[in-house]
Design a protein around this ligand. Structure first.
Ligand code: ATP
Length: 234
């Protein structure tokens, strides 16, 4: 298993948000975490990364307990996060943003090889490599955020709401790229776009009020009456 989260509890100050989340992400798979606004999806990713400190439970990466490791160490080990809202350096060029993603020792050594790989995956970013990140379209910025995370050469990639604010055609292209990445890494995907994420996922967890309320094969999850009503509008 690439990533195993067990009984993860977490929150902010005195506000508890996660009440014992357990989930697994196998190698070469896409696992989706869906749920309504405020359910704790982002908090789950931040707690796995260590940006928010877990209150309890464990995070095991490739057999190693990394619950208490600081975020930069986790990136060095091979965990990466594509944050909600992209968090790009908007005044910097596309290429500068990408090179910033290769700041760990392991990634720096292979920085220019990885850059070539990333440009093959996203030819558009290569064309635009001298352009300021802030002047790119929403879809291009999301691709850049994803590409920047890839620069750290992750084995497990956490992606937070990549489709937010993007047109359906752009979402489709982006998801095709995410599907391609599965050949090389394990992906935990947080999405509001439930229909689209179910299509590319190997396994799905449904998070409500800080608890996993349902999990399974996407083909089973779409047939669930609660999911149909609450998430798919049928
Ligand atoms: P969304 O889709 O709206 O981003 P989410 O499922 O990702 O929802 P979280 O962002 O994890 O949910 O938020 C879960 C709860 O934690 C919410 O009640 C939110 O108000 C609260 N919360 C999130 N970030 C903070 C913070 N920095 N300080 C205090 N409370 C926070």
């Amino acid at each position: 298993m690439a990533l195993t989260v067990s009984q993860l509890a977490s929150g902010y100050g005195r506000l508890q948000v996660l009440f014992g989340i357990s989930l697994e992400v196998p190698e070469r798979s896409i696992v989706s975490l869906i749920g309504p606004n405020g359910a704790g999806k982002t908090t789950t990713l931040l707690s796995i990364m260590g940006v928010v400190k877990p209150w309890g439970g464990s995070v095991v990466f490739n057999g190693r307990d990394i619950t208490k490791a600081p975020p930069y160490e986790k990136v060095e080990m091979g965990l990466a996060l594509v944050p909600e809202g992209r968090r790009l350096f908007i005044e910097m060029t596309v290429e500068e943003n990408l090179l910033m993603g290769a700041y760990t020792r392991r990634a720096r050594e292979k920085m220019y090889d990885t850059l070539e790989f990333v440009y093959t995956l996203f030819p558009r970013l290569k064309e635009r490599r001298r352009q300021k990140a802030g002047t790119m379209s929403g879809g291009e910025q999301q691709m850049l955020a994803l590409a920047r995370a890839l620069m750290s050469r992750p084995k497990v990639l956490l992606i937070d709401e990549p489709s937010a604010g993007l047109a359906p055609k752009v979402v489709n292209d982006l998801f095709q790229t995410i599907r391609q990445l599965r050949e090389d890494m394990a992906i935990l995907l947080v999405e509001q776009n439930v229909a689209a994420s179910l299509e590319i996922s190997d396994y799905v967890y449904v998070l409500e009020n800080g608890r996993i309320v349902l999990q399974g094969d996407p083909r089973e999850v779409v047939e669930n009456e609660h999911i149909k009503k609450a998430y798919l509008g049928v």
